[in-house]
Design a protein around this ligand. Structure first.
Ligand code: NAD
Ligand code: UFG
Length: 341
């Protein structure tokens, strides 16, 4: 069945890759993005790869009047909600901005959907909801913990809001997707991650060191209780993640109410393994030094992805070499991100 999907935050990193996957699967896409961290160039490139364009509406998910208009004017059948702020450190400094954008934004969107009679919803959550003390690997049966920062708590609040909504009205079909660590770029090298300023996340930091924009990688902590002392995470290729969204959307045909799926590979890699894998893929040596631990970081975690495999028929296909190859291709072709074009 062809859907008309409203993709909030579709001009951002994960949203642009998912918009492309939706278009390639034959769906129609309406992107709503206020461009606070997204780029219209990303959508032009999505159109180039897909051979057809998503419709773009510049605006904010907290704008109730705009949302009412969007639902009145377009035959939206489902919503994928990526729009939000995601920098952990910034959320500690500006909690109100984070709760407003992430929680009030999701609330406004759900209200507009309810009024419009649209009840299929896919939400970008995060493994951060498992908190600090969950046993590894994290499965969906693991009780959620207390996230260590306002960003994480905003995700958990929205998960709870959605669970209450599903309880209140059986028409809702909700997929909460808990992402592990999204990395990489589309293999065309045309769309990828374009962080503003100095990247917070590991892989964009590595690629920016490699192109000479940054001097060296600081490895945050060399004394964790992990095989090589550095932090371990479950990195997932963004194209696999996008495919997981499509599978979740389709699965909402059989799954009513509130559903949660981990999107990860089930495999953890350390920071130093990531550095080596990048060096292998790029043929460049990466300067790094071991630095103090970063406040709030957990030593190690990875996903149990079995539920998504079982219920969505989805698993991550791309390994570390593809993640590194594609991240590097994107960075080399776009040294200034979308501003390069
Ligand atoms: P991103 O910043 O690249 O994309 C978010 C997009 O939403 C941007 O284009 C931004 O302009 C837009 N946006 C933000 N607030 C908005 C608002 N109020 N109204 C309209 N548009 C708005 O981030 P991303 O990495 O693509 O993340 C997408 C989603 O996935 C976010 O909700 C994020 O919290 C979640 N997530 C990301 C990661 C990660 O590591 N990237 C991990 C777990 C969860
Ligand atoms: N790291 C470094 N140096 C850097 C950046 C990161 O050593 O310059 C290390 C971190 O200490 C960690 C690993 O690389 O061990 C991954 O760090 P990222 O910042 O890339 O990712 P995080 O796992 O800290 O955070 C991600 C998302 C958050 C989300 C969190 C919870 O960015 O949005 O996962 O799962 F909340």
């Amino acid at each position: 069945m062809t859907e008309t999907v409203l993709v909030t935050g579709g001009a951002g990193y994960i949203g642009s890759h998912t918009t492309l996957a939706l278009l390639q699967a034959g769906h129609d896409v309406l992107v709503l993005d206020n461009l606070c961290n997204g780029s219209p160039e990303a959508l032009r490139r999505v159109a180039r790869v897909a051979g057809r364009a998503p419709r773009f509406i510049e605006g904010d998910v907290r704008d109730a009047a705009l949302l009412a208009r969007v639902f009145a004017e377009h035959p939206v059948t489902a919503v994928m909600h990526f729009a939000g702020l995601k920098a952990v450190g910034e959320s500690v400094r500006e909690p109100l901005r984070y709760y407003d954008n992430n929680v009030a934004g999701s609330l406004a969107l759900c209200q507009a959907m309810q009024s419009a009679g649209v009840h299929r919803f896919v939400f970008s959550s995060s493994a951060t909801v498992y908190g600090e003390h969950a046993p590894i690997p994290y499965s969906e049966a693991t009780p959620v913990g207390r996230p260590t920062n306002p960003y994480g708590r905003s995700k958990l609040m929205v998960e709870d809001l959605l669970a209450d909504l599903a309880q209140s009205d059986p028409r809702w079909r909700i997929a909460v997707l808990r992402y592990f660590n999204p990395v990489g770029a589309h293999e065309s090298g045309l769309i990828g991650e374009d962080p503003s300023g100095i990247p917070n996340n590991l892989l964009p930091y590595i690629t920016q060191v490699a192109v000479g924009k940054l001097r060296e990688l600081a490895v945050f902590g060399g004394d964790y209780p992990t095989p090589d002392g550095t932090g371990v995470r479950d990195y997932i290729h963004v194209v696999d993640l996008a495919d997981g969204h499509l599978k979740a959307l389709h699965a909402l045909g059989q799954h009513t109410g509130w559903n949660v799926w981990n999107l990860g590979t089930g495999q953890g890699y350390s920071v130093l393994q990531m550095v080596r894998a990048f060096e292998d893929a790029s043929g460049r040596r990466l300067p790094y030094r071991i630095a103090p631990r970063r406040a709030g970081d957990i030593a190690q975690y990875w996903s149990d992805p079995a539920k998504a495999q079982r219920e969505l028929g989805w698993h991550a296909r791309r390994g570390l070499p593809e993640m590194m190859r594609d991240a590097w291709r994107w960075q080399q072709a776009n040294p200034q991100g979308y501003a390069s074009s």
